[in-house]
Design a protein around this ligand. Structure first.
Ligand code: F6P
Length: 520
């Protein structure tokens, strides 16, 4: 077993706001919370969620995070928040990973910041890591980090997990830094995806962009070998069971039951993001309500957690959603009911569970989603209830949740029709659908996900020794010279001292992604 598992993600599991430390939102945090502490000593390296210009404040936050939360803070300046986080990561990579090139915005200056922040993360990892530790890098904000670490510490065990879809080559190629990004990921010993389709797209993208002949199990390279695998993420199952057993949960569920008495409840919970298909869903609700003669007997509850509010597209989305909800409530409200109950904010975990447990239906219709843990959370809360899940066929979760009612989120009429059918299903059939899925969701949870990935990272199965002959056999097809690409990382000394490693990162003439120039 590893000495320590060092999780590196852009966002720490906690966010620091003014004087408060709160839990960060999002699927990654929820899943990693479920890592088995008895098995892995875990450390986190990441950003505390806001820019703190004063040095004394940074020191105070760093101390508090280290002592109370086991976290190593990476601070970003306001300029970096704008250029690295809102710009490069969330305005250029994010839309392409989600097949939405119309949302792609790109400013060349962002690239410098993306490289610099990845380098800062690399320095923090090298200051923190000890021989025998495992480093697990998460997500698209840190795509260059594996190759930077590989260049500085060739013997380090590095895992990389992409929590989003990986799109088809024709989409990913729109990114001006497409080659550097995939080459950066190849610094990892193992790269994980939620679904097989994403892995396949990654392989063909590497092959087309870097000229490396890839296998579905691994990508051979001169210096090392990147194994590939599919690991669908799960939820923190024990946390759900404990909450469902709590008195507070029962109190809250009863309170909500009384507040919504006589209504069928349809819930949607998500970050306020254009990938989640909120406007398309409202279209479907319009369709449904237009054809319904029981408007007083149904209530749609939306919990939309504020997200990436500094980005223009996200601000427009909030305005549009709020205006559309207002229009629909104006159109369909009666003296007894306003059909859409919209919360732009987050709610306590116990309330979320109570809401899921009370709901008749969860309407989870992203246009595309790497996994979608809300679908699994809803199922986890159906211990006594027999709620139904209506799920977008374009969510990674659709590959696993075999009894969900799958819909195409772009087809509002069909979504409305499925909603009508779902409301009419007898309880018996609903239970028969939900129970086998619940069993699966509770068994293949976040712990299982993390354990499978880490076990595979530790044990191989594709060793560098196996990969080397393949590379030496010349298995590169139509390869173009690519300075700093995976093929350029070779023949380094073993585990470097931290100081030497840092010099390699910042100094001139080093290989790896840190020095990739304008070729792309
Ligand atoms: O899936 C991508 C992801 O990075 C998740 O880890 C998380 O759920 C979400 O996006 C949060 O985004 P942000 O850190 O931008 O709030």
């Amino acid at each position: 077993m590893p000495n320590t598992l060092i999780n590196v993600s852009n966002r720490l599991p906690v966010t620091v706001e003014e004087d408060r430390v709160t839990k960060s939102s999002g699927g990654l945090v929820a899943a990693l919370e479920g890592l088995p502490e008895e098995q892995y000593k875990t450390k986190w390296i990441g950003w505390p969620g806001a820019a703190f210009p004063e040095e004394s404040r940074r020191q105070e936050i760093a101390r508090k995070l280290a002592e109370e939360h086991g976290c190593v803070a990476v601070f970003l300046s306001q300029e970096e928040v704008t250029a690295f986080y809102e710009g490069f990561s969330n305005s250029s990579i994010w839309p392409l990973l989600h097949y939405l090139p119309n949302y792609l915005r790109y400013e060349p200056a962002w690239w410098e910041h993306y490289q610099n922040v990845n380098r800062t993360f690399a320095e923090k990892v090298l200051e923190t890591v000890h021989e025998g530790d495992l480093v697990w890098v998460h997500d698209y904000q840190l795509m260059l980090l594996p190759a930077m670490l590989r260049a500085a510490a060739p013997n380090l065990k590095i895992g990389f997990f992409l929590h989003t879809p990986f799109p088809a080559y024709e989409i990913f190629r729109c990114h001006p830094r497409r080659r550097e990004l995939v080459a950066g990921m190849l610094g990892a010993n193992r790269i994980g995806f939620h679904a097989f389709g994403y892995l396949r797209h990654f392989c063909s993208t590497v092959q087309r962009l870097l000229g490396i002949e890839t296998e579905l199990t691994h990508i051979p390279s001169k210096g090392h070998n990147s194994a590939l695998g599919v690991y669908p993420i799960g939820i923190n199952a024990p946390k759900f069971e404990q909450t469902l057993d709590s008195k507070e949960f029962h109190r809250r569920r009863e309170k909500f039951r009384l507040a919504h008495e006589g209504k069928r409840l349809v819930v949607s919970v998500e970050r306020m993001d254009y990938t989640k298909g909120i406007l398309h869903r409202l279209e479907a609700i319009d369709n449904f309500l237009a054809g319904s003669d029981k408007i007083d007997a149904i209530r749609f509850i939306f919990v939309s957690v504020p997200s990436r509010e500094g980005i223009e597209e996200y601000q427009h989305l909030v305005e549009e959603v709020e205006s559309r909800v207002g229009q629909l409530n104006g159109k369909y409200a009666t003296l007894l009911n306003s059909p859409i109950h919209f919360i732009h904010g987050s709610i306590p975990f116990v309330d979320l569970c109570a809401l899921y447990a009370l709901a008749d239906i969860a309407l989870v219709t992203p246009l595309i989603d790497g996994m979608n843990l809300v679908a699994k959370e809803f199922i986890a809360c159906q211990r006594e209830n027999a709620g139904l899940l209506i799920l977008s066929e374009f969510a990674g979760a659709a590959e696993e949740l075999f009894n969900a009612l799958l819909v195409n989120p772009y087809d509002s009429a069909a979504v409305a029709g499925t909603l009508t059918d779902a409301l009419a299903l007898p309880t018996e059939e609903r239970r028969n659908r939900i129970l086998p899925m619940r069993e699966r969701v509770m068994r293949y949870d976040a712990r299982h996900w993390a354990r499978s990935f880490i076990d595979d990272l530790v044990s191989g199965p594709i060793s560098d020794a196996q990969a080397r002959p393949a590379a030496e056999r010349g298995c590169y097809r139509h390869q173009r010279p690519f300075p700093g690409g995976p093929g350029s990382i070779s023949g380094r000394p073993s585990f470097p001292t931290h100081r030497r490693a840092r010099r390699q990162l910042t100094g001139s003439g080093q290989e790896g992604v840190g020095t990739i120039g304008s070729q792309h």
